[in-house]
Design a protein around this ligand. Structure first.
Ligand code: MSP
Length: 524
């Protein structure tokens, strides 16, 4: 069994989780579930990033100690996971002792190896980004970009990590590992970034300025820079399980690719003699009218509101169906409703209802066996074969698409298959066949019922990693228990022959109509 280790970024706990955070969890969960279905031994880690200036400031604003603040907000992030049906195996907090221990050990090791030195720094500092700035970060008019917030000039002694001396190595590494970062165009961006010389990385903050962090093991007048601390979570969580670490994949947003994940992280690992992750998957952003959804701009949606209104699986489906991993996408309620209604309710929901109704009505609720050539016998052609061939083609494309994180296209193909299955029902009109007394019509009717039940079973197996509880519910009403090997479930067969189906299942109810707009105030 092959190991597969997958992580999300760890979220800052200076505000409540929003749709962007939820997306990353759902995407990572989709990958984790898919790999499990493919037979890998998956380890899935998520967690929270609790140290640093932002958290210290938020706690102060609330008038409570930072640890108490972290305990409260981290609980909110943790509680989101079951609501989204996230199948993580572990949840790490950077205030966990197991994590702090590893951060201190790595720092001490790098210090002992001479990879870390002390020097005086004079320059500009962004408190919001907790980052030292350079002249090249300025805008053309001499001001600092908005994202840095307030920028002040400071002089202080700090510890620096020798990043610069690994630049040539990293350039070479990326040239020989072309698929390290997904999508490929993001790897190109990193390579562009590395055309400029790197500076050594300041990895300490004087305690007077920032208290809320892990003390440097070799100088407790300082705490560790939050990124140095945070990145190590991926490793600290599995420090005693090298076989898992060897298969690490990180899912992150594009905003934290360069430089933290694509430059600092590989170099930190290289310097410490730890093997590198296998890959980084950088997704895009959910936007609201062209702007990144974020708590600071106040345009963020609460994922739990959508889950409460439409259910976990519809929410998961929309995020994965709508987003092409790597690119940005605008979130609109209208688009959500379009997909919910046309794809989930009218396409999938409808096929479920028709299958259950017609099997109950025409076959006493027991899925009959298909009869080869039944269509041709009535002179109506072999539409069953056409549908089966479409399935085989869909399945053959679907697996490589999922392996390549093209889940949106994979889902689109399944939807096409469902549309074609519903169209097949229209063409065969089983309600007419049911009125006939001719043996060949009744044979065709049995074949139609067997065909649509099998088509439904297959489509439902294919969306399992995206909508796990919907798959479970539909299998239950089909009276079906899937086998242990998921891939074997994807072959057209007669797995449902003789299954006793339930009468009905309401899956995607019509959403309540929007509240009435207030009546316009009369003039005069
Ligand atoms: N704490 C750091 C990550 C440290 S990882 C060692 C951080 N936290 S964050 O809370 O700001 O962001 C967490 C993740 O959510 C990031 O991967 C980020 O890209 C993602 N998202 C935040 N807003 C987003 C959207 N609007 N859309 C999609 N994902 C975005 O950065």
């Amino acid at each position: 069994m092959k190991s597969f280790y997958i992580t999300t970024a760890i979220d800052y706990v200076n505000g409540s989780p929003h749709l962007g955070h939820a997306y990353e969890k759902v995407l990572t969960d989709t990958i984790a579930r898919f790999r499990r279905q493919m037979g890998d031994r998956v380890h899935f880690l998520t967690g929270v990033d609790e140290h640093g200036q932002k958290v210290q400031a938020s706690a102060k604003k609330k008038g409570i100690p930072p640890q108490q603040f972290c305990d409260e907000v981290s609980e909110e992030f943790r509680a989101l996971l079951p609501q989204l049906n996230i199948s993580n195996d572990d949840f790490i907090r950077t205030t966990d002792e197991r994590h702090k221990k590893v951060v201190r050990a790595v720092l001490q090791q790098l210090f002992d190896q001479g990879e870390i030195y002390k020097a005086e720094y004079q320059g500009f500092y962004s408190t919001r980004q907790e980052q030292f700035l350079q002249e090249k970060d300025r805008l053309e008019d001499g001001t600092w970009p908005e994202i840095f917030g307030e920028v002040s000039e400071i002089v202080e002694s700090n510890y620096f990590f020798k990043l610069k001396q690994y630049q040539a190595w990293l350039v070479d590494f990326l040239a020989t590992n072309e698929n390290f970062i997904f999508p490929a165009y993001r790897q190109k961006q990193v390579q562009e970034f590395l055309k400029e010389p790197l500076n050594d990385l300041c990895i300490s903050r004087p305690r007077e300025r920032l208290e809320w962090g892990i003390s440097l093991p070799f100088d407790d007048g300082y705490v560790t820079y939050v990124w140095f601390d945070a990145l190590l979570n991926y490793y600290s969580a599995v420090v005693d399980r090298p076989e898992i670490w060897a298969e690490a994949h990180h899912v992150i947003g594009k905003d934290i690719l360069v430089p933290p994940h694509a430059v600092y992280w590989p170099i930190m690992l290289k310097a410490a003699g730890i093997s590198l992750p296998k890959g980084i998957i950088a997704h895009g952003w959910w936007m609201t009218r062209g702007a990144k959804m974020s708590k600071s701009t106040g345009n963020a949606l609460n994922p739990l509101d959508l889950v409460a209104e439409f259910g976990t699986d519809a929410f998961r489906y929309f995020l994965i169906r709508e987003m092409n991993v790597g690119q940005d996408s605008d979130f609109t309620r209208e688009q959500f409703l379009v997909r919910y209604t046309s794809e989930l309710a009218n396409n999938l929901g409808n096929l479920v209802n028709r299958t259950l109704n017609m099997t109950t009505r025409f076959a006493a609720g027991v899925v009959p066996a298909a009869e080869v050539g039944a269509g041709e016998a009535t002179g109506a052609g072999d539409l069953e074969k056409v549908l089966q061939d479409l399935w085989t083609k869909t399945r053959d494309e679907f697996i490589p698409q999922c392996e390549g994180y093209q889940f949106h296209t994979a889902l689109e193909r399944v939807m096409v298959f469902l549309t074609e299955t519903n169209a097949y029902i229209e063409k065969r009109a089983p309600w007419k066949l049911g009125k006939s007394t001719e043996a060949k019509d009744l044979a065709l009717l049995r074949t139609v019922l067997a065909t649509i039940a099998e088509a439904l079973r297959l489509a439902v197996a294919a969306v399992q990693h995206v909508m796990p509880s919907t798959t479970e519910k539909i299998n239950a009403v089909l009276g079906y228990t899937p086998g242990a090997v998921w891939r074997d479930e994807l072959t057209w067969g007669s797995k449902l022959t003789g299954a006793k189906v339930a009468g009905a299942l309401v899956l995607f109810p019509r959403p309540a109509p929007p509240e009435k707009a207030p009546a316009p105030v009369k003039a005069g």
